[in-house]
Design a protein around this ligand. Structure first.
Ligand SMILES: NC(=O)c1ccc[n+]([C@@H]2O[C@H](COP(=O)([O-])OP(=O)(O)OC[C@H]3O[C@@H](n4cnc5c(N)ncnc54)[C@H](OP(=O)(O)O)[C@@H]3O)[C@@H](O)[C@H]2O)c1
Length: 326
């Protein structure tokens, strides 16, 4: 992969392209104040990020939209320079909900289109406005849906110009094949957004995706915020790893920069989240060094094959993606 290009983008199978680094925008509501996301996204754009990863359910999509629109109004960027990825949530997978849900995201963002729209999880929940629907006993209200029908509704959104590229997230190989082998497939998924970092390298899924021209987008590339509510904290903190820190010293970089560079160098897009000015800049300083093949292999060998994001609360869902090997 040529990473010398000024804007560091990689091609997608539909003719579009994706910047190899984006800013993640999921932040725990308890530690986030109004305006934090707005400030962070504006700072990210000033720093050089052109890719922003968001979602309606992150509850800050309006701030992302405001930041993008402000930077366009300032003349800092044009709309076509920005790559925004939005997500279709689990309660909106029935085909009739797809377009209205994307239109809702567009009205919140106040933008005419998103660059990438992805199915956030392959598991459908009871349709409606309750994001995490449960019954009176606290049991999750799952829903049967046909992911191929969801996909056809997404294809119609692309044909209508509401989205440039279509993708998925948290899909395993079988679920990707379901879409890839769908009779009459019009638009292939261009990307699969999954957890990926040196402790969970996704070697097999990455190979499968590369064989099918699907770009792997690494979420939680720094090992998450380690919020025990949704993160498996029994695995040690990634950025404290001794090898990653010693490589950081060798390259005069931080462990965070080493892990981001590792993924970028193997063709994986990274979307580190930071709302901190120094760390937003730090995470973008990954284009002025490259890891040797030997060091890449050493990092790859750190793989523990354990996830930080297991989504175990939904492990009895018929489409729970993580029972399969990959
Ligand atoms: N599709 C999905 O199911 C899914 C799931 C999870 C996440 N995501 C997306 O992926 C994005 C990133 O994943 P994530 O938020 O789970 O985790 P992450 O990016 O791996 O880590 C974020 C945490 O690391 C800290 N941090 C950032 N830069 C750092 C640095 N240079 N050194 C030390 N600490 C640093 C952040 O704190 P500060 O903000 O204080 O810097 C935050 O606590 C999310 O924001 C979201 O957009 C998608």
């Amino acid at each position: 992969m040529d990473l010398s290009a000024a804007d560091h983008r990689i091609p997608l199978s539909d003719g579009n392209s994706i910047p190899v680094i984006g800013i993640g925008t999921y932040s725990e509501p308890k530690i986030t104040s109004k305006g934090d996301c707005l400030t962070a996204v504006k700072m990210a754009i000033d720093t050089g990020y052109r890719h922003i990863d968001g979602a309606y359910i992150y509850k800050n999509e309006h701030e992302v939209g405001e930041a993008i629109r402000e930077k366009i109004a300032e003349g800092k960027v044009q709309r076509e320079d920005i790559f925004y990825c939005g997500k279709l949530w689990a309660t909106k997978l029935d085909p009739e909900w797809v377009r209205p849900t994307l239109e809702k995201t567009l009205s919140v963002l106040q933008l005419d289109y998103v660059d990438l729209y992805i199915i956030e999880v392959p598991m459908a929940f009871k349709p409606g406005d309750e994001v995490y629907p449960r019954d009176e006993n606290g049991r999750w209200l799952y829903h049967n849906t046909n992911l191929c029908a969801t996909w056809e509704a997404l294809e119609a959104c692309k044909d209508a110009g509401l989205v440039k590229s279509l993708g998925v997230s948290n899909f395993n190989r079988r679920q990707l094949e379901l879409i890839l082998n769908k009779p009459g497939l019009k638009h292939k998924p261009v990307s699969n957004q999954v957890e990926c970092h040196p402790y969970f390298t996704q070697t097999k899924l990455l190979k499968f995706c590369q064989q099918h021209d699907i770009v792997l987008i690494a979420y939680s590339p720094l090992g998450t915020s380690r919020n025990p509510i949704w993160v498996n904290t029994s695995s040690p903190p990634l950025l404290k790893d001794a090898l990653l820190n010693s490589l950081g010293k060798k390259y005069n970089k931080t462990a965070a920069q080493v892990v981001l560079r590792f993924n970028i160098q193997r063709g994986v897009v990274v979307i580190p989240k930071s709302f901190n000015p120094e760390r937003i800049k730090e995470n973008f300083q990954v284009f002025d060094f490259s890891l040797t093949e030997d060091d890449m292999n050493k990092i790859e060998a750190l793989n523990k094959n354990t996830r930080f994001v297991e989504l175990l609360m939904w492990c009895d869902h018929p489409e729970y993606p993580f029972h399969d090997e990959y």
